[in-house]
Design a protein around this ligand. Structure first.
Ligand SMILES: [Zn+2]
Length: 299
């Protein structure tokens, strides 16, 4: 069922687990996320990076929404890392009700202003907004932020930022990076705890590819209820394609697609287990159930 990010994150927070949000680019990615979530009776999120939106446009948004509606577990659709009002408008008009307005590349005051405006706009559509302060290093979809440009989230600034922008969740930078970790990840949990003590909205951790179990667990205990995963799923997809296409057996196109889905699905399933969301689908209520029932009565 198509679910709302707000419901997913709040239920996860109450029950001390986290929601996995996986970037998808095509049908294979969408199938991998929905299949894994259904097999493990877990809620999950489909995420579209702006590069995926640019590539797939409305047909890709429709595909994600339809797959979520048909799923037997709660699935929400989210626009990831958007720095463009046009993309946000496009996504909102297409029915996306969860937006990351990412002003983190901008100086603080500009970020504040951009996020305020996008938050107001998204709320008029009934959509929720994730924002980011601090700046995460690493590479995602062609954009690289050098380590020296990255900036940890300042707890007091984060408090003021959430209050003034009215956002619904906040992505924090506490030593997490996009892409592969070049050395073992070391997160600043003392910082996360200070942020948690000051801020009431759900916290989000990007760059969850490669984070070990103990780090994930501690992050959840300190209030993280959404983890973004991109790199590991993409690598599994591309590796499966390479193996299948260059392999000795001559498989058909759909067989190769199936192998690629399975490879991604395996990574996603492993993450759902790490995040503690396996067998939690039943805890989530369908936020649109009342609307659907009313519509059925009126027909
Ligand atoms: Zn990210």
């Amino acid at each position: 069922m198509l679910s709302s990010t707000k419901e997913l994150l709040e239920t996860a927070r109450r029950n001390a687990y986290a929601i996995g949000a996986f970037n998808v680019y095509n049908l294979e990615g969408v199938k991998a996320v929905v299949n894994a979530a259904e097999v493990y009776r877990s809620p999950a999120m489909l995420q579209l990076h702006p590069s995926a939106l640019k590539y797939g446009k409305l047909p890709l948004v429709s595909l994600c929404l339809e797959a979520a509606k048909q799923a037997t577990v709660p699935i929400a659709l989210h626009l990831d890392h958007s720095t463009s009002e046009n993309d946000i408008q496009l996504a909102l008009k297409a029915g996306v009700r969860s937006i990351m307005a990412d002003g983190s590349p901008m100086p603080y005051e500009e970020n504040l202003q951009f996020t305020q405006q996008m938050s107001e706009l998204s709320h008029t559509y009934g959509a929720v907004v994730e924002a980011e302060i601090g700046r995460i290093s690493g590479t995602e979809d062609g954009l690289t932020i050098a380590e020296k440009e990255a900036k940890m989230t300042d707890p007091e600034q984060a408090f003021e930022f959430v209050r003034r922008t009215n956002v619904d969740s906040l992505a924090v930078t506490i030593g997490n990076v996009h892409g592969e970790y070049k050395s073992p990840p070391r997160l600043d949990f003392a910082r996360l705890e200070r942020i948690r003590n000051l801020i009431d909205v759900p916290l989000v951790l990007h760059g969850a590819s490669g984070l070990p179990e103990s780090t994930i667990e501690q992050s959840i205990q300190l209030g993280v209820c959404k983890f973004n995963v991109n790199t590991e799923v993409r690598l599994a997809y591309m590796q499966a394609l390479k193996d299948e296409i260059c392999g000795a057996s001559s498989k058909d196109l759909l067989e190769i697609a199936g192998e690629a889905i399975e490879a991604m699905q395996e990574v996603i399933a492993e993450k759902l287990q790490l995040f503690g969301s396996v067998n939690k689908a039943h805890l989530h209520i369908n936020p649109y159930a009342a609307i659907l029932t009313a519509q059925a009565h009126n027909q």
